[in-house]
Structure formats: C-alpha cells, structure tokens
Design a protein around this ligand. Sequence first.
Ligand code: 26W
Length: 812
Amino acid sequence: MKSKAEQKRMFRVALETKVQRMFGRSIRGVSEDQIYRAMSQVVSDLVKEQRAYSRELMRNHQGKELYYLSMEFLMGRALGNNLINLGIADVVEEVCTELGLELRELQEIEPDPGLGNGGLGRLAACFMDSLASLGLKATGCGIRYEYGLFQQKIVDGYQVEISDPWLENGSNWEIALPEETEIVKFGGFVEATEVDGRLVYEHKGYQSVRAVPYEMPIMGYDSEVVNSLRLWAARATKHLDMSLFGQGKYLDALEEKELAEVISKVLYPDDNHPEGKALRLKQQYFFVSASVQSIVRKYKKQYGPNFSQFPEHVVIHINDTHPALAIPELMRILIDEEGLDWDQAWTVTKSTFAYTNHTIMEEALERWPEALFRDLLPRLWDIVYEFNERFCASLWERYPGDWDKIARMSIIAHHEVKMAHLCIVGSFSVNGVAQLHSQILREQVFAEFAEFYPEKFTNVTNGVTFRRFLLKANPGLADLLTDRIGDAWIKKPEELSQFLRYQDDQATQEALARVRYDNKVALAKYISDHNHVRVDPRSIFDVQIKRLHEYKRQLLNILHVLHLYNRLLEDPSFDMHPRTFIFGAKAAPGYGMAKLIIKLIHDVAERINNDRTIDDRLKVVFLENYRVSLAEAIIPASDVSEQISTAGKEASGTGNMKFMLNGALTIGTLDGANVEIDQAVGRDNIFIFGLTAEETNQYYLDGTYRPYEVYMADPYLKQVLDQLVNGFVNAQHVALYQDLQHGLLHGWGGMADPYFVLKDFASYRHAHEKINEQYMQPALWWKKAIINIGNAGYFSSDRTIEDYNQRIWKLH
Ligand code: 26W
C-alpha cells in the first residue's frame, strides 16, 4: 500500500501527462471540460487495470455465472462512483484542490447516462454494484442506446422533451469489442427439410444486423471482482453494404445502414406503458439474440458442446418481460445450431431462466400481435407456437375440459403473444419485488399460474446501493455514521443497526440535523440558481421525486399543497412550520394526463410563490429534468419522503428506501415496500395513511366508490377541486383542468377517480398535520430519523442480491 502522499503525486503526474497527450497542452492551458475528459481517462485506465487483474483471477473460474438481461440500466455518472470504489476519492479531491479545481464541479461535467426510465432501470444498476461488491461473477446485458431518456425542459409550465445525445463527446467508460460481434437475423421465412430422419430448420431470406458489444467495467466496493455491463450497438452488416455499393446503389446502401442502426438509436420513454411498435420488438430481439448467442459461444469455448451441464454454469435473469424472447432464442440455438432435439433443449432451457415481474399495472403487461411477431421473427414464432401447444396440453391433463382456464393461461390467445405467460412457463423462478407485490402476483394477477406451478413463485424485496446513495451522495452523513459506529456498514448493511444506540443522544441528533441543514443549504442554492425561487433551508423540505404517473398520485400531493395555501390565506391562527414542497418527475411524452399534472404543479407554484401575504411560509418547486444525479443531490436534503401511491399499485418503490437511508421520514400508503419499511421502523416512525390494498381492491370489485359523495362531504376537498375550474389556479386559462376535475368526480365512461385521490385526501391531510406537529419537536423528530437510518440495513441491494443468490441463482 502506497502512502497517501505518494498516491497523490502519482495521480497528479498521471493527470498532467494525460492532459499533455490528449490535448498537446499543459494542464494550465486547458478548460475544465478537457480536464474532466483527461481525468476520466486516467480513472478509467485504473479501472481497466483492475479489470485485467480480476479476469486473470477468474480465468479458471468454473462456477456458475449470472447474466442479467435488461432493456434498461440507469447507471448514473461513473466518475465519482469509480473513485470511491478504487478507494482514491480523497486523494483525487486533494489533487484537485492543489490544482485549484473543484472535484464536485468536474463531476458535474459528465453526462448522466439515462439508459432507463425509472425504477426498473435504476434497480438493475444497483444490482450491478452489489454483485461486484459481493464478489459474484455477473454480466449485465442491454442496449447501447445512442440517445438516452429525453431531457426535460419546462416551458411556461409545460414539459418539453429534448433529445439526450449522451455519447456525443464519446465516453471513456466503455470498451468497444468489435471482434465479439454477433449477427442477428430478422424477417424472412423458415424451410424445414428432413435430414437423416430428423427435421432441420433453415432460416432464409432474412435481413441481418451486426450487434457490436461495448463493455463498461463495473467495479465493486472493496472487491477484487470487476464485472461488465455489456451493451449492444446495432450496425449494418458489411457485406450487404458492399454488394449494393458494387451495383452503384450508394444511397440504398446508406439507407440500409440507417435502417439497421436505428435499432439501438433511442430508449423508448414509456414507463408502465408498452409501445406496440415493430421497432421496440426489434430492440428486444436484437439485444436478447446477441446476448444469448454470446453466452452459448462462451459456454462452448469453456465446457465444450455438452449442453446438459449448461444450467449448472449459466443462469439468465430476465428483468421484467422485455427480454422474454431470450427463452425461445435459447431453444432456437440449441435445436437449430447445436442439434439438440426439442426435449433436450427444453430440459436445458427451463432450468436456465429466472423472471422478475415489476408491475401489476394491466396496461404495462406486454403483448405482441401475432402478425408482427410472425413476420419479424418467423423461426421464433414456430418455437413459441410449439411451446404453447405443449403447455396447453399439460394444462388439459391437469384441468380436463376447462377450456376457459386454458384460454386464459395460454401464451398465445386472441392473436397475441402474452410475454408474461411465456416467462412464467419458460423460467424456473418467478418473483415479485416486495412482499405485498409478490402476494398480489400469487393471489390475483398470476393466481392460476401460482396454482399450477406453486414452487416457482417467490418474493425478493428490492434494495438500493448504499455506496451511491449514502457514501457518495451524502458524505456528511457517511462521516457521522462512521464516526459513531465505524465504517463496517459500507459493506455490511446490517451494521447500521448499531446507530440505533444513538437515537436519544442529543449530540448525535444535533449532528444529524446539522448535516441535513448543510445539505439543504446546498439544495436551496441549486433551486435559487435553476428556478429563481428562494427557499428557506429551515423550512421542511417535503419531496416527491419519481416518474409522473396517475397511480403515484402527484395530484394528491399538489391538491393538498393548495389546501395548505387556502388555510394560510383564510385562517390567521393556522399554525404551520414553513414548508417547501419539491417535485421532480418526467412524464411519458404521450401521456397527456401526466403532462397536465406537471402543468398544474407549475400553476399552483406560480400562484403560491408569488403571494407576499403568506410570509414565505409555503413554497412549491418543480425541479426540471429529474435524473439519477439530481436524486443524489435532493435525497440527502429531504426531511419528508412522499410515497403516496394508490395501495396495491406500486410494486415496490426504491426511492422510499433511499430517503429512509438518509434519515427522511416517510409519509406513505401501505403499498409496495412501504409495508416493509413500516414493519422495520414501527408505526411511530412513519406516517401511514389511506386505503389499504385490500380496500382498494374491494372497491374495484364491487364498484361502490362514489367520489362525488366524498367531494360533497368534505369542504376542504371541495374547495380545492372547485379551484381547479374557477380560475383560482390559472386565471388565464380557466378551462384547462375541467376534464381532469370531471374525471375525478364523474369519470369518463370508466370508473371515476380510479386512484382514490379524493377518498384518501382527508387521511393524507391528517398525516401531514402530524408531520407538522412532530417537526416542531426536534428531539422527537431526529430520534425518528435515527430510527429510520438504523433500520435501513434490510433495504440494501447487497441483501437483495444475497436473497436472489440463495433462493434463485445459486452462484458459488
Ligand atoms: C414496456 C413498457 C414498460 C416500461 C417499463 C412497462 C413496464 C415498465 C417497468 C416495469 C416499470 C417500472 O420501472 N417498474 C418499477 O420497478 C421498480 C423496481 O422493481 C419498482 O420499485 C417500482 O415499484 C415499479 O414501478
């Protein structure tokens, strides 16, 4: 181990040399952007050295390996994380200071790769961190989108989407591996011929696309294992180009190239709502086919062509149904290319895949039209068809004559392929992401499958990485924890419970309050710079950051804010600690209601923030372009975490865990992982309100919910709903929220207020009154904050990965 002084000297020399070699100038003559580029190169060189070392160690590794297939990996910025994992964060910080630079500012230069929409993509990224930190061999497989999730601009209160060319200036964090290119085939037709008494299938007339892998090394914390995130980029096949060129069809060749490369061009910006477009299906098959081909290739190289051992060396995890085509793709390769018969291939396949479901929202369950599927993937269609025939036959044996049941469970029905059914039948394990969610899967959404395959169904509660969301995002709190309980918590999350000893210790409470205050000052500055609104760091920072979706109920939050404003205006004796409500959310570009709610938040903010009569006691801030790096800045500065989805709808939530870990108190429904947070901290340390999942489900079944009656019976609620349409929130455009209000009160043909905003309003209001009272008692509030931090250990993704490994993957 080198001394710190020596490490500093070496890093400084490496950086100065890199600047000279990249830009032909000395470090004094280059811009901050150039220094960032040089520094990321130096750091990525160190990471790659570690990776080479790790690969040497692993060369003769015979154990099982995990492949985590996901259409989304929302990694966030790499520089800071890698500095922490290399153990040189403070060395580099000091070198920067010597050079008159701010490391924090340099980090801000890195584009935040937004290769995901929300929770599902961020979970995959947390898993990559934990897998490497726990020393488990794993590869993430996904798509190298040229454009990540759109960047959000707010113009006159409306969301405007701007493209996100995150690779524009190149990335130092990836390694191109063109020599490991795979070919993916689309379209065409299948010819079956008999050879030596057995059918041989040949795929003809297809178009092929090259899949080129780019690997991002994933370092763990204090671990020798460096894993990879393998992202596939689509490229035109060369020979096709050349033949057209030869015929003088220059433009046709270019068009061909564009058509191929469009596959990995852009991430679909829909969360919980599938786009039934051919391009999306192409994306799915593209990355899945390339991944499975390369997995099989690597297996054969290491273990030879005997596939009976395949499941002992390989487990493939399917992150929601998006990579489901991996199942028939493995069948195809084993049968068509490796010469196995159906039964042999099926024995291997059904022991290889595990599937996680991430949502019960009906509209999010993927289904592909038969015609589209068949035309684009003719060989896979045959396989899925056969697969379904055999599955239905086994259902028939178990439920003879029950045609309705068989039709409901069938993989292909009404000319659609149901991807969730394909996953359940083709995997050895199916799991939900929180206790309640897994229970709903077993008892409702997939009840008939759980009866047929009881042994497949299980739960693994989500978790988050403490390295990024505490150590990196909140160094003040990390230092305080380490000072009190040592630093074992960084690798052993259960150690956080030691902090519970300090719950009544005044000095610790005050230290925690100071850390929070400093973080709030920093966020207040960000808000002042970006929103031109002054917020008081002594006010309660009450935060809701997540995708905008009706079921997540940002609407409930903003209606309640409007209610507080009414109280401040009308009741001079209304006793309220000053509050700052902070929102961050992107809406899917095609989701009109979500976009209208963003506009509503801005209209309410405009009115409240400009009202001098309320003495700055209430502020509303919408932070533009919510993304991972912004989450890292907001969460450590939050006092209250809003987790207020309609009970039964949020599969888990992971933001809730990040806030708890940083000592914010949750106001939430008994939904998703909130249920388990409630169990962990106890009802005194969380603000629970609203209908339960059982109650909302009962209403859905019996149809007795009457929001209009709730509205008529609650004058506070009636007031805010009336203000939506009487010009109070937007005097210029009085009709803007008429449809929204009508939908809540009467519905639009379907159910009125299907997310129970009105029904839960009163109990939400009361929960907020409790927050107000308790915040004004610091000894009580900070004790609760410590109890939240001390009980957060269970919600580490290290624990989640250990659960997956014990119950499902069985990696050695
Ligand atoms: C194809 C359209 C589409 C896109 C994304 C359908 C469904 C999705 C995801 C399943 C949505 C998602 O991100 N789900 C979230 O997953 C998190 C990680 O498990 C959970 O914490 C969230 O509750 C869940 O909404």
